[in-house]
Design a protein around this ligand. Structure first.
Ligand code: FES
Length: 253
């Protein structure tokens, strides 16, 4: 589905992190956590953004993003209207129903946090979060981002303290290994090394694990091949954005 949307609010959360609120001109369906839109300025660019929150009734869509290149920079400065295509990606699980979920994420995976927190609150579930930042001066609190009541626990990790992508940080490993019984589901969003570490650490647990790998997304509809998960038959935009450790094990090897 395609529509245009008016930018009704822009918030600079911290340094290069921005939140933009849009009112869609037409309803394009119901969004689920880990689905994404292709947002753009007509004739200039389109970029993929996870849905951060969506109020279906009022057609209010929030996207949270990090300025990392020319397109996100333009979006953060833009006023007026943007184009929106979506929602893309499969609707896969993420039903709390009194469940407890651990979400481990870096970078653009932060965008999904408001959606997950809101869903946990509505479905009487709980969510704990581990946020891995590129550097200390990027760290912001969940309350600044979510705008919803966050009742879980959170660990903030500075990526410079992570050794070659394999997490050896005391706080993370302790929380993960000692308290694993707390979580029914573990979700990870990030680059290959992080996802590999999550699967490795949780391999012997019965917990359900879902991963959202970061890949380059261009068309969003399965036509260009850019988002193929290496060594698998899956494309992120059509088959994801969530996969199990088993589904993408060849990629993680
Ligand atoms: S982005 Fe083109 S196939 Fe997924």
């Amino acid at each position: 589905m395609f529509t245009t949307a008016k930018i009704i609010e822009k918030v600079n959360i911290r340094n290069i992190f921005w939140k933009t609120k849009l009112r869609l001109n037409e309803n394009i369906g119901e969004a689920k956590p880990f689905q994404f839109i292709m947002a753009g300025i007509s004739g200039e660019f389109e970029l993929p953004l996870y849905v951060s929150l969506y109020d279906h009734e009022n057609r209010l869509l929030e996207v949270f993003y990090k300025v990392r290149g020319e397109d996100t920079k333009k979006l953060s400065k833009h006023n007026g209207f943007v184009t929106v295509r979506g929602f893309y990606g499969k609707d896969r699980m993420i039903s709390f129903n009194s469940k407890s979920i651990l979400y481990i994420t870096e970078d653009r995976g932060f965008s999904v946090i408001p959606f997950l927190v809101d869903k946990a609150n509505r479905e009487n579930g709980t969510i704990d979060i581990i946020m891995i930042f590129d550097s200390k001066d990027e760290i912001f609190q969940i309350a600044e981002l979510a705008g919803v009541d966050f009742k879980g626990s959170v660990i903030y990790i500075d990526k410079e303290e992570i050794d070659h992508g394999f997490i050896n940080l005391g706080s993370f490993v302790n929380m993960f290994t000692e308290q694993r019984q707390r979580w029914d589901v573990i979700i990870g969003a990030g680059n290959k090394d992080l996802l590999k570490a999550i699967c490795k650490l949780s391999n012997s647990y019965s917990t359900n694990r879902f991963l959202s790998p970061f890949t380059y997304v261009k068309c969003g509809i399965g036509a260009c091949g850019y988002c193929t998960i290496p060594k698998t038959r899956y494309s992120l935009c059509v088959d994801g954005t969530l996969f199990t450790c088993e589904e993408i094990s060849a990629f993680l090897r």
